[in-house]
Design a protein around this ligand. Structure first.
Ligand SMILES: [Zn+2]
Length: 457
């Protein structure tokens, strides 16, 4: 063995047990007690878990006249420091671009910068015969998931026919359709009305994105998926009504899967009332909801109705970016930092708070997303032949989630007052140490593009 992780408790989505992990080259070669190797890492008192898989990030995303503040370098350093060794980001074709062109552009942006392994989803704002025909090529190029937007009227929004056609095509080619489920017509009419009335403050963002618009679109997407016979992944679910619609589909046996994000579990609508425009820090779509919604989402995570926790990581600085919308809430760039804090928050407020088991935690932050998006068993678990992507987790380590203690390239933390117990002591990717004591010690650009498998759920 080149490297042995000794004396830790291995935790996967299904079991916890004491054993050493032997790493040969980049992969896990042996799992048994009392291994030895050229080098060893002592994990006494630690949990050893598969590296986190974040299925939803937006590094250097052009939006609202600016670009999200983390690029593939800073964003993946932050991701690694928080225990996430795989991200799935997005390629988004511009007007008139083919899917292939959009993929090539995005791959060039990540190349030489990414510090953890990464996959890409393909966004589809246009669903034409040509684009549908390209989906097969995307699947064979390792991009088997496609994101469609039911919101953002006038730019990325697709209508029901487009969504339905994409679902049918995905089923044929081994793809998975992911949807942003909010009723874009409803949102557009409310935003237009409030802007015309001179409503400026961030709270109007929330008021123009009512929970009913998300519940309705989720129900519609679930029913369309059912009619098509294709699986469906609903990103960033934020509200009880949407989860109700998803559960109804699941109860009928439909292959519909939900994602939520830590911000919808941790934060609620009062944030928009913060003075001095500070509410803009929390402007994203869907917006923060009521505390009752968060409780319902926690239960969905514990009970199995929500399959994955992503972050929708899309940070914008409060000064210089969020303030583009000081005079008009509809111009506030949508998004929040999160890629670094997902595991610590879910561990502290999920596992430690008794909401779900440590194994369910691993399922939600790693194994589940890896399975849904064609990465298992290479990523998302600790097994023979898997990439040696490991988080050596110190259950006693305390960490306050202030801006200074985090690595995301943004001028605020949404969790400034939060101290968590349980944090990565060390993070490995493919057998190399990436993070030690909250310092990135890996190599910039060593992250690899992951060609994912076709998805047949
Ligand atoms: Zn997103």
């Amino acid at each position: 063995m080149d490297l042995v992780v000794k004396n830790g408790t291995i935790v996967t989505a299904t079991e916890s047990y004491r054993a050493d992990i032997g790493i040969s080259g980049e992969t896990i070669a042996l799992i048994k007690p009392d291994l030895s190797g050229d080098e060893s890492l002592d994990a006494t008192g630690m949990l050893v878990m598969p590296g986190g898989v974040d299925p939803h990030t937006h590094m250097e995303l052009p939006l609202a006249g600016t670009v999200s503040a983390d690029d593939f370098r800073t964003g993946t350093i932050a991701s690694a420091c928080g225990g996430t060794t795989t991200i799935i980001d997005f390629a988004i074709p511009g007007a008139g671009q083919t899917l292939r062109q959009a993929l090539d552009i995005r791959l060039r942006q990540a190349e030489g910068k990414a510090c953890v392994d990464y996959g890409l989803h393909m966004a589809m704002g246009t669903v034409s015969d040509d684009r549908l025909a390209e989906m097969d090529d995307m699947v064979s190029s390792g991009v088997p998931s496609f994101k469609l937007f039911m919101a953002y009227k006038g730019s990325l929004m697709v209508d029901d026919e487009a969504l339905f056609r994409a679902l049918l095509q995905a089923k044929t080619v081994g793809g998975l359709i992911a949807v942003h489920a909010e009723n874009g017509d409803m949102l557009h009419s409310l935003i237009t009305k409030y802007v015309a009335e001179g409503r400026k403050e961030p709270v109007w963002h929330a008021l123009s994105h009512p929970p009913e618009a998300e519940a309705e679109a989720t129900q519609r997407a679930v029913l369309l998926a059912g009619m098509s016979g294709a699986p469906l992944y609903v990103v960033h679910m934020s509200t009880a009504g949407a989860l109700e619609a998803l559960k109804a589909g699941r109860a009928k046996g439909l292959k519909v899967y939900g994602e939520t994000c830590p911000q919808y579990l941790m934060l609620s609508r009062e944030k928009y009332e913060e003075p001095n425009f500070e509410g803009a820090k929390y402007v994203m779509s869907p917006p923060l909801r009521e505390k009752e919604d968060s409780e319902v989402l926690w239960k969905g995570l514990a009970g199995g109705d929500i399959a994955a926790v992503g972050t929708d990581h899309c940070p914008f600085n409060f000064v210089g970016q969020k303030d583009l919308g000081r005079e008009d809430f509809s111009k506030i760039p949508n998004g929040m930092p999160g890629v670094e804090t997902r595991l610590p928050l879910l561990y502290h407020f999920g596992v430690k708070a008794g909401r779900f088991s440590i194994n369910r935690f691993v399922e939600l932050v790693s194994t589940g997303p890896a399975r849904l998006f064609g990465l298992l068993p290479r990523k998302g678990t600790i097994g023979l032949g898997a990439d040696a992507d490991l988080v050596i987790w110190d259950p006693k380590r305390e960490h306050r989630l202030t801006k200074e203690n985090l690595h995301m390239n943004v001028d605020y933390s949404p969790y400034e007052d939060v101290t968590v117990r349980g944090y990565p002591a060390m993070v490995l990717q493919r057998g190399k140490v990436l993070v030690r004591d909250n310092q990135f010690v890996g190599k910039v650009g060593a992250g690899q593009f992951l060609k994912r498998n076709p998805i047949h759920l």
